[in-house]
Write a protein that binds this ligand. Structure first.
Ligand code: FES
Length: 211
């Protein structure tokens, strides 16, 4: 089959199609790689690096972000190794202070912190930022732009002041019936806490069309 690329993932021979990423090929073969800023309906973003894997080609090994790395014939991928696990643990520890609210992590991030034994308080003091339960992964913003096409949510501010807001003029027209971003937020922030303190209005406002 000329259109098939064969590579190895965790010792298993995997067949992939040209143009697929390592993450896609692995998932199609039933091999799970964690991802925070990735969604299959959107273009790879490469922001969080939680999807890092070891990629070996011609005897050389490097760490790559599997969500954006294309499959190649003969590529050897290791999704778990001491090096990969250390990177994932550190990524989780770095994003956790942003996501941690009252000592509680939400959604996928909580599961990952448990799996990799991450100390979610490790960088809290150094980052010195108010916890916002948002890792700035941009999934919600890109979902709204690329999938829904509504552009109702976006980033504002710079540096540690950067955060996500809904744009009321557009949100009032689409968000009540959509809420697609609520389901894909890896920390559960949007679905659980779309409240007056963070977004300036509540889920009830959405549903009641009061925006
Ligand atoms: S999921 Fe690959 S960099 Fe975030």
């Amino acid at each position: 089959m000329g259109d098939t690329i064969t590579l190895k993932i965790d010792g298993q021979e995997v067949r992939a199609r040209p143009g697929m990423t390592v993450l896609e090929a692995a998932r199609e073969a039933g091999i799970e790689i964690p991802a925070l800023c990735h969604h299959e309906k959107m273009t790879p973003y490469g922001a969080c690096r939680i999807c890092s894997v070891e990629a070996e080609m011609d005897g050389k090994t490097k760490i790559v972000a599997s969500c954006g790395y294309p499959v190649e014939p003969g590529l050897v991928i290791r999704t778990r190794s001491p090096r990969v696990d250390r990177i994932r643990k550190t990524v989780i520890e770095l994003v956790s202070p942003q996501a941690n609210t009252d000592g509680d992590l939400g959604g996928d991030l909580k599961k990952l912190a448990d799996e990799y034994g991450a100390d979610i308080h490790r960088f809290e003091a150094r980052l010195q930022s108010k916890s916002r339960r948002c890792t700035l992964c941009g999934l919600c913003v890109r979902y709204c732009d690329e999938v829904v096409g509504a552009h109702a949510i976006g980033f504002v501010g710079r540096g540690i002041d950067r955060h996500v807001v809904f744009f009321p003029d557009k949100a009032s027209k689409v968000c009540a019936s959509c809420q697609g971003c609520f389901k894909i937020c890896p920390t559960g922030k949007i679905g659980a806490e779309a409240d007056g303190t963070y977004f300036g209005f509540t889920i009830d406002d959405f549903l009641a069309g009061r925006l």
